[in-house]
Structure formats: C-alpha cells, structure tokens
Ligand binder design. Sequence first.
Ligand code: AMP
Length: 195
Amino acid sequence: MRLIFLGPPGSGKGTQAKLLCQRAGLTHIATGDILREAVRQGTPLGLQARGYMDQGQYVPDDLVNAIIAERLSAPDRPEKFVMDGYPRTLAQAQSLDELLHRLDLPLDAVLLLQVSDDEILSRLRGRRVQEQRSDDTEETVRARLKLYHETLPEVIEFYRRKGLLRELSGQGDVETIHRAIRCILGLGGGPCSGA
Ligand code: AMP
C-alpha cells in the first residue's frame, strides 16, 4: 500500500503515519524528519534548509523533490510507504506524480486529516514545551499554518481530481482516528462509524 497523509502542522498526521506504518508494515517517509536530521548533522542539505525551517517557511521545492527522488530510487527503496509532510505544494505533487509513474509505484490513497486552526494552535503550544522544537514558537506556528492554507488547497484539488482523496476528522484520540484510517483503507479493525 502506498499512501500520502495530508493535514496542517500539528494535525497528528505524523503520529498516525508512524502508527499505521508500525502496524501495517509500511515505511514512514517524512521530509520534516529527514530535514531535521540533516540540520542536526550539519550536512550541506541541513545548512541549506535550516534558515527556512526556523522561520516556518518551506524549504525550496527542488531540495525536497530531490530528497524524495533519492529515497525512492535507492537500491533498498521502499515499495510500500506512507509519505508524511510531502507533497506540500502543487509543484511537489506534480514532481512526485512523475516520479511514481516512472517507478511504476502508483498511490492507493491520499488521506486528509482535518483539524481546526484553534485546535492546532493549542496543540502546538503543548508540543513546543514537550519536544522543544525550535520551529514551534507561536510566530512560526502561525506562519506555518498560513502557508499551509495558501498552498494545500491546490494539492488537495490535484488528488481529488485523481479520485485518491479521502478526508477524515483528526480530532479525537489516537486509537479512534487510527481505526477510522484503517476503515477508510479497508484494512479491517472494526466498523467504519465516525469515519
Ligand atoms: P514537518 O515536520 O513536516 O512539520 O516539517 C518541518 C519543516 O520542514 C517545515 O516547516 C518546512 O520548513 C520543512 N519541510 C518539511 N517538509 C517539507 C516540504 N514537503 N516542503 C517544504 N518544506 C518542508
């Protein structure tokens, strides 16, 4: 199964993507994690990305597209995966589309986790304290949310037109949302109520 998880920062898509990967044997591919690791190690990619990340801005499309192309073209490339935090712009979605077409790895579904801005702001205040992420300050969170609302509609529309988009509420406890996701994907685990 090959999936994309879309949703605002703090929507829980990372948590849900990881949980589904653990339980369904899929590989988790998160550009945010790859970029944070590059920053931590001080690699050329990290040095290029850091300034954008600290300000809550997107890293340029070319850089993230190259990260994904490299990850999916490596000899040990995953064939079943969940992408989390990518694509975030129409240009990224188009680049991924071409790449997956070339590699003959079609997507099964694109899941959109819906969470209100007020809920996001209160969750990220909590995450800043817990995880000490330098890009979770009030100012950068607001910048990231603004950017999300500016760029995501085109991405959502792109996948809606392909008939791949599935939407669900990201509000509720982790296990309930996980069950709703399994249900949407036809992976079993109980009735589809509330999905
Ligand atoms: P995330 O952990 O997905 O919230 O990503 C953290 C930060 O990494 C974002 O605020 C961006 O600065 C950068 N980033 C991650 N994924 C992307 C992407 N697909 N396009 C551009 N920037 C990204």
